[in-house]
Design a protein around this ligand. Structure first.
Ligand SMILES: Cc1cc2nc3c(=O)[nH]c(=O)nc-3n(C[C@H](O)[C@H](O)[C@H](O)COP(=O)(O)OP(=O)(O)OC[C@H]3O[C@@H](n4cnc5c(N)ncnc54)[C@H](O)[C@@H]3O)c2cc1C
Length: 639
């Protein structure tokens, strides 16, 4: 007979898996098969070999192809492929990243930046991994600032070829996945020079190795050497010495060159063109966001199971020591993180859905694209930071057992750490989020660089935002004084109170930064210096917005849940997420007169009470994630 933990976790899993239950279960089964469990003790070369073999095996079963068009062996199922990727994050993260490079980055660049002849020629071989490839954007000198890349691709009308070149050491491609060992073709991002004029960064397909794996003339490749983690991924550096590729090698969906050397693009504005091109690659960011949430689920499952069984200390003279999970401090270390992981799961549902809508729309408008970009940047940043912090906390919560490599934390920590850096550094992403929040006029303001942000804010946005939010701010202040039950603990459990507190924080921070930027520039300050002066405020704006959308997603999921018992449990969990976030920010709320000291103390009390109430459900809550037992180190249950 099923225990109540099993029953609760089964119902919860149905809610979590939602419409993607079938593909998630399929991926879980694959991970659960003997020989697919995460590895922790292989020499680097063997690990790489294993990961490539796994990638090919997965490809042979057709799953990684599902996000590609039907014509090339896929199913046009963008969201489903992201759900599969998120689930793959329960296993060896080197496999996840290798798949991300091959199908998401390399395949995605060919699909979204290329045109039919590229699709016809390459996509089938990419989805089967007959053509392993790379996505070569980052250089030693430039990572976040892609517009300033140094690699050049110069068109020669007399030969009809592009000459791809690394003009200086800083312009070598760096950290490129699959470059050191497996990649045969690379999507190389370079400044496109046509008729002596720089047309900005474009991508070209440049062969790296022949079929036997030998590096081609003019290409120089070097292994990046040992990394913090991801041993199974062969990251490398690439230098090009005047390598010639045909005109057709240019991925020309957004900009092409005629045989006689005329550059054409449907997007006139070069900045807008550049950001439109980058925007098509947002799937990688959405996928890494989901992978970070998946990694948090693995860590929490292990730590909660450990805490539910491990005994230390206890009442004097008691027959048994107490279970770790019965200690309030231990609950506080794990349960708010568990609640936030649920919140992020539902935010990821929204993100995946919006990705699917934009990518399957006939002709998505700029506004939808910008909203997707803003959401992806904000949620990716908070989700991957959450993963890093949660995995560390869970490792410590498992004591010495957490430190053994065979128990997964070592690799989980090391491999997921870089999620905060690749697919956009989190701090840079939050600045992108803030920029989009400050403007509804992205077409006129496409540059990510700080100078552009400050100038634009000064010229167009700040006054509108400041005026709009000043009124809200005033109403908020009045409301705070007039609302009944200001120090009532009970209303802190009202979802509307929680959401209002999050929204108030965001509106206030946004209004403040807009005022400061405008004031600084109106006062004659140099826009760049003004921005640098306010940069922490800019990042806080994005963070407060991301917190708000994550809470809104969780609140909506609670509303949508029709099973009363499950809904009640999710409701408590949502309150724990909301109030532990408010607790984290309680200094800010008090500084701004939004929480009185007694009410702020009440938040702490309610977080404690919610931890106690949720403690009996902790195991069911993690079992609901459905992490395969073979991926849980010492805490996996025998089949
Ligand atoms: C394991 C691994 C795999 C990778 N795989 C690939 C791949 O396959 N293909 C590829 O093209 N790239 C790849 N990358 C590169 C990755 O995308 C970049 O490392 C990333 O974009 C960050 O760039 P950077 O390393 O130059 O850091 P930087 O951009 O120099 O950032 C360094 C620090 O400075 C801060 N910073 C930067 N600008 C600002 C600013 N304006 N204001 C405040 N702070 C700022 C950042 O927050 C960050 O903390 C990979 C990297 C790693 C580590």
């Amino acid at each position: 007979m099923a225990t109540s933990i099993e029953q609760t976790s089964t119902t919860l899993r149905r809610v979590l898996d939602g419409e993607y239950a079938e593909i998630r279960d399929r991926t879980r089964s694959w991970l659960g098969m003997p020989g697919h469990e995460p590895v922790y003790d292989l020499p680097i070369e063997e690990h790489r070999e294993r990961v490539l073999a796994w990638t090919r095996e997965l490809a042979s079963e057709g799953d990684p192809a599902m996000g590609f068009p039907e014509a090339y062996g896929g199913q046009d199922a963008v969201a489903r492929s992201v759900a599969a990727f998120e689930t793959l994050a329960f296993g060896d993260l080197s496999l996840l990243v290798k798949c991300g490079v091959q199908f998401g980055l390399f395949g995605g660049a060919v699909l979204h930046l290329g045109t039919e002849h590229h699709h016809e020629r390459y996509l089938r071989d990419i989805v089967t991994v007959d053509l392993p490839g790379c996505f070569a954007m980052t250089e030693t000198g430039h990572g976040s600032n892609v517009q300033a890349l140094g690699t050049t691709a110069t068109y020669e009308p007399e030969t009809g070829e592009f000459v791809v070149n690394t003009p200086e050491p800083e312009a070598q491609k760096d950290y490129i996945g699959s470059a050191a060992r497996d990649g045969r073709l690379a999507a190389v991002f370079a400044q496109l020079i046509v008729g002596g004029e720089n047309r900005g960064v474009h991508a070209l397909l440049v062969p790296l190795r022949d079929e036997s794996g030998a590096v081609l003339p003019g290409v120089e490749i070097e292994d990046c050497g040992p990394k913090l983690g991801l041993d199974g991924v062969d990251n490398g550096r690439i230098r090009f010495d005047h390598v010639r590729v045909p005109r057709e090698a240019l991925l020309d969906r957004y900009g092409g060159v005629s045989a006689d050397g005329e550059y054409r693009s449907t997007i006139e504005n070069p900045t807008r063109r550049f950001f439109t091109m980058l925007g098509t690659l947002v799937q990688g960011r959405v996928s890494v966001c989901g992978a970070g949430i998946g990694a948090s689920k693995v860590a929490l499952t292990m730590a909660v199971r450990h805490a539910a069984g491990r005994r230390q200390f206890g009442p004097p003279g008691g027959a048994e020591e107490a279970v770790l999970l019965d200690y309030r401090v231990h609950q506080r270390r794990l349960l708010p993180a568990l609640a936030t992981t649920y919140a992020l799961h539902f935010a990821q549902d929204r993100l995946r859905h919006e990705l699917h809508e934009v990518f399957t729309a006939e002709d998505p408008d700029d506004r939808s694209r910008r909203e997707l970009e803003t959401l992806a940047a904000g949620v990716k940043a908070v989700a991957t930071w959450h993963a890093t912090a949660t995995i560390q906390e869970c490792r410590e919560a498992c004591g010495g057992a957490g430190y053994l490599r065979e128990n997964r934390f070592a690799a989980l920590k090391a491999d997921s750490d870089v999620f905060t850096t690749f697919e956009g550094d989190n701090t840079v992403l939050l600045q992108l989020t803030a920029k989009n929040l400050l403007t509804d006029y992205r077409d006129q303001f496409g540059e990510l660089d700080p100078l552009g942000t400050a100038t634009f804010v000064a010229s167009q946005v700040a006054s509108q935002v400041a005026e709009r939010t000043a009124l809200r701010e005033l109403l908020g202040r009045l409301g705070d004084q007039l609302l009944p039950g200001r120090d009532d603990e009970r209303d802190l459990l009202d979802r509307s109170t929680q959401v209002d507190l999050f929204r108030w924080r965001h509106d206030h921070v946004l209004a403040g930064v807009a005022r400061r930027l405008k004031g600084g520039i109106d006062g004659g300050g140099d826009p760049f210096e003004v921005l640098v002066e306010c940069q922490d405020h800019v990042v806080a704006t994005a963070r407060s917005w991301a917190d708000l959308v994550v809470l809104e997603a969780f609140a909506a999921a609670v509303e949508d849940c029709h099973d009363a018992g499950t809904r009640d449990l999710l409701d408590k969990l949502c309150s724990l997420h909301a109030l532990s976030t408010i607790e984290r920010e309680r200094g800010w709320y008090q500084e701004h007169g939004r929480l009185s000291p007694p009410r702020s103390k009440a938040v702490i009390k309610i977080v404690n009470a919610l931890c106690a109430e949720l403690r009996p459900h902790a195991e069911a809550l993690v079992d609901a994630f459905g992490v395969p037992e073979s991926c849980l180190g010492a805490w996996g249950r025998p089949a």
